[in-house]
Design a protein around this ligand. Structure first.
Ligand code: CA
Length: 224
């Protein structure tokens, strides 16, 4: 079971991490919205612990992002903003639980255990045009017919389907699909190749969406 703690207060984050690791969880941490967004784009978690007041923005933005992406992660908001409005807003935006600060670490562990026991929410199917993608079993269909995709092609399609109409630069796409450790020039050639394969598969299957090149920048997903 893998958890992500999003918390900018270093000492608190460390204490939470230690307690949850001792309880048997694999724990990663992020200290800013930007860092959290990067991790969420790259990895999947069983549960996310979300602080609302972060140095570069508020946690509600991340909650919206998770929901936009149709993600299955359970979310517990941990916040000193104890107002009823914040709690209601958080739950409305898809959070599963709200733990006001300060809290006891034993209570945190208990809440995480109880949520994780319920299992994940089941990721939402993502649909654009006649293309639909099911993150639960990583399958894709065009007009109801299975589209056979390789692992990386699936991830590229997921990346575009969750950003329809937005221009995606090659660097971001490469990082999201391959991670940021690979050599860049190799990466870009690989991106071209994989995107070309995916475009061909979509076209052959009669998809009503297409990945268009945006000269000098990257790509954009458009609907016919
Ligand atoms: Ca904070």
């Amino acid at each position: 079971m893998k958890l992500l703690i999003i918390e900018d207060e270093a000492s608190l984050s460390q204490m939470m991490q230690r307690a949850l690791q001792e309880a048997g969880f694999v724990v990663e941490t992020a200290r800013t919205c930007a860092e959290a967004e990067e991790k969420i784009d790259l990895y999947e978690y069983d549960c996310v612990l979300l602080d609302l007041m972060l140095p570069d923005g508020d946690g509600f933005t991340l909650l919206r992002r998770l929901s936009e992406l149709g993600r299955a992660e359970r979310v517990i908001i941990t916040s000193a903003k104890g107002s009823v409005e914040d709690k209601v807003k958080g739950l409305d935006l898809g959070a599963d639980d709200y733990l006001p600060k300060p809290f006891h670490l034993s209570e945190l562990v208990a809440r995480v255990r109880s949520l994780v026991r319920r299992g994940n929410k089941g990721a939402k199917t993502i649909e654009v045009g006649n293309v639909s993608l099911n993150p639960d079993d990583r399958s894709a269909t065009v007009a109801g017919r299975t589209l056979n995709l390789l692992h990386k092609e699936y991830h590229i399609l997921y990346y575009f389907l969750t950003r329809p109409g937005r221009v995606v630069d090659k660097q971001s796409l490469a990082e999201a699909v391959w991670g940021d450790h690979a050599d860049q020039s190799d990466n870009f050639n690989y991106v071209y190749q994989q995107v070309a394969n995916l475009k061909r598969k979509l076209r052959d299957a009669g998809a009503t969406i297409q990945i268009q090149a945006v000269y000098g920048f990257g790509y954009k997903l458009t609907e016919n």
